[in-house]
Design a protein around this ligand. Structure first.
Ligand SMILES: Nc1ncnc2c1ncn2[C@@H]1O[C@H](COP(=O)(O)OP(=O)(O)O)[C@@H](O)[C@H]1O
Ligand SMILES: [Mg+2]
Length: 289
């Protein structure tokens, strides 16, 4: 059903040995989602993200910090993966490497089959801008722009830079409206951030991230600043986007969030210490913490 690895020398056995038997997991529980979305083989890469032997250190000499060590991780297209670990375990660093915000110090980071190390500065900028949607703990909305304007701002920036694929103004507005609709906020389009609850602001931030139709949605502690009820609303939106085919990586220190994942990756001190698969992820509506 699904295509196999692209130029990888890793056999299933060596995959399993790394402790990240993600390839196997993706084959068993990922096929239905990806298949349904692509309508068959070959329309998009089956592996969204592949990290091999990834290290990241900051500083030099005896003050050097090894934020990541020997990380192997594979995320299948269409998966919802939760990366769980205590503060300081390297979660944000890992997200930043996948998002092309920082380069790895060692190993390889591939997204949809392309190596990020192989990109020059312009290509890396284009990758960050076009291929990845970021959602952060603090929503970072522009306070003087409405929800709709916040979403359109990014859509316009991306479009302006994409050149040949530039959409008309009407189409951009439509796309922004669709994005707000998909997070349940069509009715709040003309509200300013200060007129929205924290959960609503985060949903606007998610709409902003998806308005450019990224391959990957990277979320760093997306519920970290929210209370239970609004946090659950945000998880529901992320799960819904995933069920409609988007690959989502959620970084959190909150173990309760792991319930909604297809796979849970646990980190400690810069290393992946466990990868677990859930045959049937819980509905975000059922999560409690
Ligand atoms: N820019 C940086 N310079 C130096 N050390 C850093 C930098 N970013 C992160 N670190 C260190 O790397 C480790 C992992 O950090 P981080 O990825 O932010 O962890 P987490 O997101 O899991 O809390 C921590 O020890 C942190 O202090
Ligand atoms: Mg962090």
């Amino acid at each position: 059903m699904r295509r196999h690895d692209h130029g990888s020398s890793a056999s299933p056995a060596s995959e399993a040995k790394t402790g990240n038997a993600a390839r196997v997991d993706a084959e068993t529980d990922g096929s239905e989602r990806a298949g349904a979305e692509t309508g068959g083989r070959g329309e998009r890469e089956e592996t969204a993200v592949r990290l091999r032997g990834v290290g990241k250190s900051y500083g030099k000499g005896h003050t050097a910090v090894e934020a990541l060590r020997g990380v192997d991780l594979t995320i299948g297209t269409g998966e919802l993966v939760v990366l769980l670990g205590p503060s300081g375990s390297g979660k944000t660093t890992l997200l930043n490497l996948i998002g092309g915000i920082e380069p790895a110090s060692a190993g390889t980071v591939e997204v949809a089959g392309r190596s990020l190390a192989g990109l020059d500065e312009d290509a890396r900028t284009a990758y960050r801008r076009d291929a990845v949607g970021f959602v952060f703990q603090f929503f970072n909305l522009v306070p003087t722009l409405t929800a709709m304007e916040n979403v359109r701002l990014v859509a316009e920036l991306v479009d302006g830079e994409r050149g040949g694929r530039r959409a008309g103004r009407g189409r951009r507005r439509e796309r922004a409206r669709e994005a707000l609709e998909s997070v349940g906020l069509a009715g709040r389009a003309d509200h300013f951030p200060a007129q929205l609850s924290g959960g609503e602001q985060q949903r606007v931030a998610i709409a902003r991230a998806i308005a450019k139709d990224p391959e990957l949605l990277l979320c760093d502690e997306p519920t970290g600043a929210l209370d239970l009820e609004t946090g659950l609303g945000v998880l529901r939106v992320l799960q819904d986007l995933n069920r409609r085919g988007r690959t989502v990586l959620v970084v959190t220190h909150n173990a309760a969030i792991a319930a909604i994942a297809h796979r849970v990756v646990r980190m400690r001190s810069g290393e992946v210490v466990d990868v677990a698969t859930r045959a049937v992820p819980a509905d975000a509506g059922e999560v409690a913490w």
